[in-house]
Ligand binder design. Sequence first.
Ligand SMILES: *Cc1c(COP(=O)(O)O)cnc(C)c1O
Length: 375
Amino acid sequence: MSMQYPFLDLAKINAPFEAELQEAALRVISSGRYIGGDEVAAFERKLEQITGAKEAVGVSNGLDALHLVLEGYKRLGRLNDGDGVAVASNTYIASILAILQAGLRPVLVDPDPTTMNLSSKGLESVDRQSVKAIMPVHLYGRVAWDDEMHAMARENGWIVVEDVAQAIGARFTDRNGNAAMAGNLGDAGCFSFYPTKNVGALGDAGAVTTNDTELARAVRSLANYGSDTRYHNIYIGANCRLDPIQAAMLMVKLEKLEEISDERRRRAKAYDEWIDNNAVVKPTIPDDASSHVWHQYVVRIADGRRDEFRKHLSDNGVGTDVHYPTPPHRQPCLDGMDLGEFPIADSLASEVVSLPISHTSIADIREISLIINRF
Ligand SMILES: *Cc1c(COP(=O)(O)O)cnc(C)c1O
């Protein structure tokens, strides 16, 4: 059904960039350089500049970014087979897949029901002997990090691998007033540039950021057949490189990162102001607005009325989505892994609804809010 207020329209998201994207694509076509080279290097320098991290490595996608970082730590002897990696139980499955693919053990932790993210309180329950790393996933664009989590990671010697797939451009300010960007809060940051993300490529793309030169070298090598120099292989690696054509597309959009984040914050604020319905629980806007880049605007509908709510919206021309309907611990591929019970992830999975935020005008958000208020 064609919607008056579609949840997502990728062509519309890219329309403002079209001329520049075409110019960049033509530049790559005529360069004759289709793997590696200046386009990828320029993208990496740009991401270093944005995050403040010493090193950025362009890779094939977000899942590979996470997997390569965990594999990299294993090759460097800092993680070992079976080590626990703590991660929120309501994350997208890719976070868990990366942990499993690296031969590590996902230790799921129910999220804070308000932030819908991993919290230091949740981490208090994990076994500090077997957990060697934590993976804060900045779900929906909200930074999953605070001073307590930082202190816990330090005390326990945990490696911190950020899943920044949904949160490029988010900033965290600690209690001393020091600010740092998502992707430069822990030991390594893993980015996805899947087309629907805040900064989307025109296909698959990802990146790793870190201040650790050794890790960056290991990731770069693992992503390029495990070679350190040409035809010399130190690891049994894979082919997980970033394409220059995607690097060129991303450069266009990274130039506009601040505007992209600001627009999403404006839309979230508009929903927050205008939605007024006791059946609809709005997401909290953090005190520090810069710590959220609103990849999704996720409301909660309790009492088993979620589907009824979505139908009301759809009947009125509003597209919605659910992130995510089935939590990882209930996915058939993880059957028999005995990951534990996660009541908060279960209730979120049955209650959450994502509203249009990627390209929706403020005027349309006004209309959508009025439709919501009539539910
Ligand atoms: C999109 C996403 C990924 C995976 O990124 P891809 O580029 O699609 O492989 C990982 N984690 C989270 C939280 C995501 O949203």
